[in-house]
Design a protein around this ligand. Sequence first.
Ligand code: SF4
Length: 662
Amino acid sequence: MKARYLTKTRFKLGLECPTKLFYTSNKQYPNQKLDDAFLEALAEGGFQVGELAKCYYPGGHDIATLDYDEAEKQTLELLKLDKVIIFEPAIRFNNLFVRIDILVKDGLHFDLIEVKAKSFDPTEESPFTNKNGTISSEWLSYLYDISFQHYVLSSAHPKAKIDSYLMLTDKSILCPSDGLNQKFKIVRDASNRKGVKVSSSVTGQDLNPRLLTLAPVNEFVNQIYEGRETKEPKARAFVDEINYLASMYEKDIKIVSPVGSQCRDCEFRCSSEDESTGLKNGFKECWSNALGWKDQDFLESNILEVWNSRKKDKWLEEGKAKLTDLCEEDIKPKPDGDPGISPSERQWLQVELVQKKTTEPFFDSHGIKLEMDSWTFPLHFIDFETSMVAIPFNKGRRPYEGIAFQFSHHVVHEDGRVEHAGQFLSTKKGHFPNYDFLRALKKELDQDEGTIFRYSPHENTFLNLIYRQLREDQSGLSDKDELMAFIKTITYSSGSSAEKWTGERSMVDLWDLVKRYYYDPSTRGSNSIKFVLPAILNSSKLLKEKYSKPIYGADQGIKSLNFKNWAWIEEIGGAVIDPYKKLPKMFQDVSDHNLELLTAEDELRNGGAALTAYARMQFSEMSEYEQNELSQALLKYCELDTLAMVMIYEAWREWIKGTSNG
Ligand code: SF4
């Protein structure tokens, strides 16, 4: 039988929730995480950082095999040398097994280096700790990870003296050369494991100054060993916890954990279709065991759905698991002085509508009408697609510089006419697109004084970021001042900005308006546009009538830049099919399961399909045909993002008319 080792990934999973260790070892429990290493690397970014780190250690030996025994054999052979640098060495101790990113051996001294694609500011005082000396939650999982590796390495080599380091991208360093990020390409290899190809042209100049910095972390490793990393009491000492998790995993014994708010994001869920094929739903199993729930209980709304609440664990402790178990006292709704409903009133509204079994949406037509009265036509609806790249495109730029590569722009005129007025997409390899993006956006928006809408603070944050990039830019841009002034007219200054402003045309956040004036019970507490759009399409008569005809992109219909004679609405069994589901597949070679996960959206941002597509065009080998197909798909998705905002506006306008007529 294959040995069952506790690895870095499994240890991390066990720390999140020990029950997950049992589910992860059993194929009967599907997992809602990407199961495509290539795609995961693109979606998460930072895959290049690991390769760049290796460039700082010339002469290092790479252990490429995935086979545990073979990797360990090769490692042991290399460790016979007095001085050696090994990439991905395999270290085993009893039922524990780790692959270390970089190990530098010098006699009995080891440097244990964990490379993380995370930015770090070495000039910051105590970046890893809180004021009270405990480890900051931002760094805790990374430091647990390296402490685990330290334990395995020191147990396997008890005589060694080990120094532990995190290697991180240094925010304070400017990229030393042009085109560095294009020197690391990602390829899909035959075993479907991601592989990074390093161009042979990485030069000494590319590596000096270093974009990655070594942060010594011995003191935090000790802190974790001694259980002083947080204030919370620990059930077991760190080493005992490792051995406990390893032993339970080895014996395939399920550790039963109490259910709680953490279950909301549990990946061990599956659809009822999956269940009907014999697959098991880990989430359901935990909740059935803890609460005695049967299948029909899972159809009802539960407290994990309550929007933006921190009281979920408390409610569960009190035996309140469904929305029907809650009373007004549990939420204590109260106004916050701003127009519309406050967050606590919205939470109570969500509970109340479930308790009253109503499917009718809540809509504050008076409140929205007051907002609408302050808007100026034509209305502009914009959406950005952006990315952060670990290694900059150009000399002089910082790691994790924000990249704005796409926008879409819809306009609604005073007479109700809708048009997809403009778009921008830059996927040119190695090109820093932000200034072209901004120039194109300016051209779209500075024709008039119409109100501009976004859906989330993201667009404001990103324009602030481009403002800072422009301010620091020393390349002699002729329109620098003009572009910076434009940003100031349509944004407000973000929290960290030393300069303060509120633009006279500062964008209106439609997401905020949704939260304060509108709630549809079918969204089950989510305000993400991917949930709000189908809800509003199902409840608006006007939208159903208008968009079920193939008018979108038609000669006499709505102007579109990417669609022709398109009907957005199609109903099955009285319910509108989600328009996003009708779009072409973003990636032809990706399973529906993975595609679904990539396009899943959290409250604020797309799940990452667009940025994964962008990363793919930048950092992987693609034919021109594939690039074009992917660009077309990106344009269509982004167009729907701004059309969705228009549709929300149109439905609201219709409802207001209905109330004022009636
Ligand atoms: S449902 Fe909750 S308790 Fe069960 S594995 Fe997931 S997070 Fe852990």
